[in-house]
Design a protein around this ligand. Structure first.
Ligand code: HPA
Ligand code: ZN
Length: 315
C-alpha cells in the first residue's frame, strides 16, 4: 500500500467485529475452547472464502462466530481489529456487533458486550482510537427477536451509539423493522441500516423514510434510481461503501466496474470501509489501495473519501 494512503487519517464506519475474525485467531479460540472445527487447518478455511453471493458468505461467517464463547474471546477479537486500525491510521471506529448470533447460542449478552467494550476502552487509552459501538439486528429473524435484543441491551444503554440492520437482505425489507427502530430512536439511539447491497433501491427509500437512518450501509444500488441519487446528494446522507466486499460477494464483477468514484464525483458523501476484512481480503487500507490500483483513485479523491469518513461519524 502506498505510504501516503496509509498515512491519511481515516474513520471506519462499516465493520462487523465478527467479520474481523482472522482464521489464525479462529483456530486459536477453537483450541482454547475445545471446539472441533469442520476445517482441517487455516489454509483449508481460507480456501473456503469463495462466495457467489451474500448468503454463501453469511453461512460461513455465522459458522466461524461459533468459536467466540467467553468475554476474553470477544476482547481478543476486538483488540486484534484495533491493532490493525492503528497500523493503518484509522483514528476512529464505529463497529457493528450482532448480539443475536451469540445469544441464540446461549452466550449471555453481557459476556459479548463486556469483552468488546473493554477492548474499545483500552483502544482509546492505549492506541488513541475513539469509538462508537453499534448494535445490529439480524433481519432474517423476526422483529420480535430484535425487540428482545433491544430490551437486553437497555441496561447497557451507554455502551452504544446506535442500532443497525444486517444479514440476508433480499426478502427482508427495512419496513419489517419499523417499530423496533422507532423504539431504539426513542431511547436516543442513532439508526443506520444495510440497504442497497443486493437489495433494490426501494429498500434504501424504506430505510430512510421508515427507519429514519442517518447513514446507508453499502447503498451502491442507489445509482439505479435518479430521484434517490438526488435525495442522498441534496441531504448529504453518507454511504458506507465496502469495495472489496462488493467484489467478493459479486455485487460488481470487477473492481474496475465499481461505482464509488462515480458517486464521489457526483457529490455523494461516500466513505471507504472493510465490512468483514478477515473474509474479504483486507482492512480499510487495502480497500483504499484497491481503488487506487483498479480505478485510478487520485490522492485528492482519497483525501475527500477519508475526510467524508471523519465527517460522517455519529460519535
Ligand atoms: N451484509 C449483510 N450482513 C452482513 C454483512 C454484509 O455485508 N456482513 C456481515 N453481516
Ligand atoms: Zn456489512
Amino acid at each position: 500500500m502506498p505510504e501516503w494512503l496509509n498515512a491519511l487519517p481515516k474513520a471506519e464506519l462499516h465493520l462487523h467485529l465478527e467479520g474481523s475474525l482472522e482464521p489464525e485467531l479462529l483456530f486459536a479460540l477453537a483450541e482454547r475452547n475445545q471446539i472441533a472445527l469442520p476445517w482441517a487447518d487455516v489454509e483449508t478455511l481460507r480456501a473456503a472464502y469463495a462466495f457467489n453471493n451474500l448468503q454463501e458468505f453469511l453461512d460461513l461467517y455465522y459458522a466461524g462466530a461459533n468459536v467466540l464463547r467467553t468475554e476474553q474471546d470477544f476482547y481478543d477479537l476486538t483488540w486484534a481489529y484495533l491493532q490493525r486500525c492503528k497500523a493503518q491510521n484509522v483514528i476512529h471506529v464505529e463497529p457493528f456487533f450482532d448480539p443475536q448470533t451469540h445469544t441464540d447460542r446461549g452466550i449471555p449478552f453481557e459476556v459479548v458486550l463486556r469483552g468488546i467494550q473493554q477492548a474499545l476502552l483500552d483502544g482509546e487509552k492505549q492506541l488513541g482510537i475513539s469509538h462508537g459501538l453499534i448494535l445490529s439486528f439480524l433481519r432474517h429473524l423476526p422483529e420480535e427477536e430484535a425487540f428482545k435484543t433491544l430490551e437486553q441491551a437497555m441496561p447497557f444503554r451507554d455502551a452504544f451509539i446506535g442500532v443497525g440492520l444486517d444479514s440476508s437482505e433480499k426478502g427482508f425489507p427495512p419496513r419489517l423493522f419499523e417499530r423496533v427502530f422507532a423504539k431504539a430512536r426513542s431511547e436516543g439511539l442513532h439508526a443506520v441500516a444495510h440497504a442497497g447491497e443486493e437489495g433494490p433501491p426501494e429498500y434504501i427509500w424504506e430505510a430512510l423514510d421508515l427507519l429514519k437512518i442517518k447513514r446507508i450501509d453499502h447503498g451502491v444500488r442507489a445509482i439505479e434510481d435518479e430521484r434517490l441519487m438526488q435525495r442522498i446528494i441534496d441531504e448529504q446522507i453518507p454511504l458506507t461503501v465496502c469495495p472489496l466486499s462488493n467484489i467478493k460477494l459479486c455485487v460488481f464483477e470487477h473492481m474496475g466496474q465499481h461505482n464509488i468514484l462515480e458517486m464521489l464525483e457526483r457529490g455523494v458523501k461516500v466513505t471507504v470501509n472493510s465490512d468483514d476484512p478477515a473474509y474479504f481480503g483486507g482492512y480499510v487500507g487495502e480497500n483504499f489501495a484497491a481503488l487506487h490500483e483498479h480505478l485510478g483513485m487520485t490522492e485528492a479523491q482519497a483525501k475527500r473519501l477519508a475526510q467524508n469518513s471523519l465527517d460522517a461519524r455519529l460519535a
